[in-house]
Design a protein around this ligand. Structure first.
Ligand SMILES: [Zn+2]
Length: 302
């Protein structure tokens, strides 16, 4: 009797240990989501993405719904934590009360890493939701790069990049792969070109120009985002971070010569390539990204 109690005790302790060990071994899956607004389902015009207009209230709800579809897919696929960074304009677009309550929200601006604030090497995957094509893209809703009134293009090491590439390189700097991009068909095409064809893309609209599009039916759009997230996380082990080799040479093409003046006058190590173009080289991508933002911030709007 004493022996069997002893045996039972040992078995119980061993099984508790196993349960505890398996709980401990459950792999962490931390997901980072940067959410912009121009590529959100329903959005086709800057009136919808600017606070103070009658249409903005609806657009910010659609923004929360697109990102909630991604969050739901992530938790379904085993995410242990989801952090969402509001990445458009004031960066206070998502009403915190509208976000899936299991997710963490980063809200407001300015932030050191801007659209990628909050990411670090502890994350395993990154999604870019509601993104848009780079400045100068035809048939793309509200195409621009960082600042529509200032930036004509940004090149890094000779390659012109949309925001999705500039931001994927921040994720890549920390070893985190961007595995899903949503927006219009144009940004989905550019995501494949920049990140490779393994990235999962979800088109929620197809543009007829800069300010008109055919929308995917609303329910279908959100289902596609959720399904895309599940697909992206299912093949996560094969995903590669998008890394830009250092040193990084940035080239910033402005719309106007006046916009290049202040940066050329005030910042050391910035070269004036021509009237409307500045360039500089950074030892580190993040350092270069911050200098790029400083140059854009110094420029007067058109
Ligand atoms: Zn935006």
């Amino acid at each position: 009797m004493r022996k069997s109690i002893f045996t039972l005790g040992v078995v119980a302790i061993l099984s508790l240990g196993l349960v505890f060990a398996s709980a401990q071994q459950k792999p962490k899956l931390r997901v980072f989501i940067s959410v912009d607004m121009e590529g959100i389902w329903g959005v086709v015009h800057a009136d919808q993405t600017s606070p103070g207009t009658p249409e903005y209230g609806s657009a910010r709800k659609w923004m929360a719904q697109d990102v909630n579809a991604a969050i739901q897919g992530a938790f379904f696929a085993g995410a242990t934590e989801v952090v969402v960074n509001d990445s458009h304009g004031s960066m206070r677009n998502i009403d915190p009360g509208d976000l899936n309550p299991r997710a963490t929200l980063i809200t407001g601006t300015p932030k050191p890493l801007s659209m990628m604030q909050g990411i670090d090497a502890s994350f395993q995957a990154c999604f870019l939701i509601g993104y848009h094509a780079k400045a100068g893209t035809q048939d793309a809703i509200l195409d621009h790069t960082i600042s529509g009134s200032v930036v004509r293009y940004v090149k890094v090491n000779g390659v012109e990049l949309p925001e999705l590439g500039l931001n994927a390189a921040i994720a890549g700097y920390y070893g985190v792969p961007v595995v899903l991009v949503s927006g219009d068909t144009a940004v989905c095409r550019q995501a494949g070109e920049v990140l490779g064809q393994d990235v999962v893309t979800v088109a929620v609209k197809e543009a007829y120009g800069r300010t008109a599009a055919k929308l995917v039916p609303m329910i279908e759009a959100r289902q596609k985002i959720e399904a895309g997230v599940k697909e992206a996380l299912a093949k996560l082990s094969r995903a590669k971070p998008f890394k830009i080799a250092a040193p990084c040479t940035f080239e910033l093409g402005y719309h106007l010569s006046a916009q290049a003046d202040m940066g050329a006058m005030l910042l050391p190590n910035v070269k004036r390539v021509d009237a409307r173009t500045l360039s500089f080289t950074a030892d580190d991508y993040i350092e270069g990204f911050k200098t790029l933002r400083a140059l854009i911030s110094l420029a007067p709007a058109r």
